[in-house]
Design a protein around this ligand. Structure first.
Ligand SMILES: N=c1c2ncn([C@@H]3O[C@H](COP(=O)(O)OP(=O)(O)OP(=O)(O)O)[C@@H](O)[C@H]3O)c2ncn1[C@@H]1O[C@H](COP(=O)(O)O)[C@@H](O)[C@H]1O
Length: 90
């Protein structure tokens, strides 16, 4: 079971993963796929958030939202963005 984590903790973990490139990491694979591929995944997950929110359970919507957050963070790392670069617009 996954340990529960915050947006900041996940970002720190993914940043470290990108730096150390551990064997078998899905994140490393996604980063190597590049911005175009990561972008398509973001669009796919965003659609799944919409569908789950409108037609499925709140639980399933929450899970899709977590996946969208993950793929947005992968894109942030691919672009070299820090948390502050995004937070300044919130
Ligand atoms: N939070 C996530 C996370 N959310 C979503 N995903 C990925 O996004 C996929 C969900 O998308 P789909 O439902 O479309 O699944 P899929 O059809 O298998 O997707 P594709 O592989 O075909 O793109 C999952 O299978 C994961 O590959 C995540 N992958 C990793 N993490 C966390 O990121 C950290 C580092 O992970 P690794 O790089 O794999 O070690 C760990 O803490 C993980 O818990």
């Amino acid at each position: 079971m996954r340990v529960s984590k915050s947006f900041e903790k996940l970002f720190a973990q993914l940043t470290e993963t990108a730096r150390t490139r551990p064997e078998g990491s899905g994140t490393v694979k996604r980063l190597d796929g590049g911005v175009h591929t990561i972008g398509k995944k973001i669009v796919e997950e965003a659609a799944e958030v919409w569908m789950a929110s409108e037609f499925q359970s709140r639980e399933e919507a929450a899970e899709e939202m977590s996946q969208l957050i993950y793929h947005v963070q992968v894109m942030m790392i691919a672009l070299g963005l820090e948390l502050e670069d995004v937070y300044r617009y919130l």
